[in-house]
Design a protein around this ligand. Sequence first.
Ligand code: SAJ
Length: 417
Amino acid sequence: STISVIGLGYIGLPTAAAFASQQKEVIGVDINQHAVDTINRGEIHIVEPDLDKVVKTAVSAGHLRATTTPVEADAYLIAVPTPFKGDHEPDMVFVEAAAKSIAPVLKKGALVILESTSPVGATEQMAAWLADLRPDLTFPQQAGEQADINIAYCPERVLPGQVMVELIKNDRVIGGMTPVCSARASELYNIFLEGECVVTNARTAEMCKLTENSFRDVNIAFANELSLICADQGINVWELIRLANRHPRVNILQPGPGVGGHCIAVDPWFIVAQNPQQARLIRTAREVNDHKPFWVIDQVKAIVADCLAATNKRASELKIACFGLAFKPNIDDLRESPAMEIAELIAQWHAGETLVVEPNIHQLPKKLDGLCTLVSTADALAQADVIVMLVDHNEFKAIAAENVTQPFIVDAKGVWR
Ligand code: SAJ
């Protein structure tokens, strides 16, 4: 039997590789010719630990190949992006395009699974698009258990940086449009899954994915709000959280420069867009986290003023060093990163030189090119007048206290708590 994965990005490619490594015939489909060519050479176009080895083995064994045109298959998994447009409304264009691209090759008995993070009702919408294009087939919304095509929503929940482990170990929520759809989807995932398949309906599964990331966002917002309160009260927030977490039922997350990545800062808005009246806490959490970078910048401006007053230097002579650009520690992913946003705004505002340290990249992103200078940790420590710590990379946590001689520090991650 053939499994086809539509969308070969951070979720689709690892999933395709996981099936292929169980000797299944997998055909990956992506509109990006470069990604397709790279995969067919046995290489990968994204950064994720261990993914390269699994893809290489699967491609050379002939179990995985990629193409730009959908083919006939027994099961389809759709793992395309669902960004938001203008007013924080989910944008389903890629899901719609993916569904419409497989419709012509859909055969009786096929299973279609949507994995992309989606608003509630998206799976029914996808089923309607498919049914419109294939009046010759029956779908669960009309024929229930007897349908020719089975459809389910099964969200991914893997942590970037740990995808190859979590993909296999995590439990999986299976939201079939009918119980038969759920059973078939569970059977499919059980090919590689060590975690459990937990069965529900499609709408609950859609909401479950949004809930998981909103839960984390709200909890990070709580920590970020505490950091503002503590700064005002002259309390060390890192110590405070460590102490509060000694309570058996308290488990506060860590404050930071803001919330980045493509999931936690996006998905809660899907709930807010559908239920603007009810989703008050979820919306406020988003606003608290989105505001955090600007608060950090205000802290930097205040420290720079202190530094100018204490050193008699001119602003143009002052070097500010931003430590970290990635959206979280020990990865090279700079997309939707609050640290990037902060570094860019500081560099635009600052009259002197802005240094940037990011041990996981070799070249500054275009946005910062000409605006900042990429330097090593040692050079930044030696040259900077003001230090702005933005990401708790291991390399930064390993810096010996005696090598930090500057008194002018904004530490958004509590690396030097
Ligand atoms: N962050 C904090 N404080 C913390 C934890 C995280 O400020 O205590 C920040 C990080 O620095 C980062 C952002 O939050 O900027 C998000 O990082 P993350 O590690 O919490 O999550 P992601 O975006 O890498 O992956 C999340 C995961 N969701 C949950 O943990 C509920 C992952 O399991 C999902 O599969 C993924 O979103 C996704 O694709 O939806």
